[in-house]
Write a protein that binds this ligand. Structure first.
Ligand SMILES: [Zn+2]
Length: 173
């Protein structure tokens, strides 16, 4: 859990008190209870043919490994727009969210986000070029995946694999 030592309202030192069944920082001066909100991230599943768009991470954690384009949602930002913004920053592609894939709780590793919302998106413009937190951006087939960062990327790829298998089984040979 994150920590807080001083009141955001009046600057007084905080005490720990039980509020609503949990220990929370409470200001003994002004009475404000400090609630910690979950940190929300968004990720993108972008396909081209039967290949998936991945970016190579420029920074720690998991530097040098590959993940789906992803990033944090700013306060007040629509998560779908945040996903498109992160996608543009990391891949230089203009993306349009088309569907919700899934919502994931924090994995066993500490990825910085408590909740990850993954959207499917289609490419509506731009040309593939890495930027921001990405040192490379490329498409990969299921059989040629690079070293992956994060449990969440592996879970999204498992989902994608299941979808591809389903599509294959519906396609007559
Ligand atoms: Zn206070």
């Amino acid at each position: 859990m994150p920590e807080a030592n001083f009141c955001l309202n009046c600057g007084h030192a905080l005490d720990q008190r039980e509020v609503g069944g949990a220990l929370r920082p409470v200001c003994s001066q002004c009475g404000r209870v400090h609630y910690f909100d979950p940190k929300v991230a968004v990720g993108l599943l972008v396909e081209q043919g039967q290949r998936l768009l991945l970016i190579r991470r420029k920074h720690d954690p998991e530097r040098g490994k590959w993940s789906i384009p992803a990033g944090f949602v700013d306060a007040g930002e629509d998560p779908a727009r945040a996903a498109e913004r992160e996608g543009l920053e990391e891949t230089n592609l203009r993306l349009a969210v088309t569907a919700l894939v899934d919502v994931y709780a924090r994995g066993s590793d500490h990825e910085g986000a408590d909740i990850l919302i993954v959207y499917r998106a289609k490419i509506v413009g731009g040309s593939l070029q890495p930027g921001d937190d990405a040192s490379e951006a490329a498409y990969f087939s299921l059989t040629g995946l690079p070293e992956l960062a994060f449990t969440s990327t592996r879970r999204v790829i498992e989902r994608w694999r299941a979808e591809l298998d389903e599509t294959d089984s519906k396609t007559p040979n």
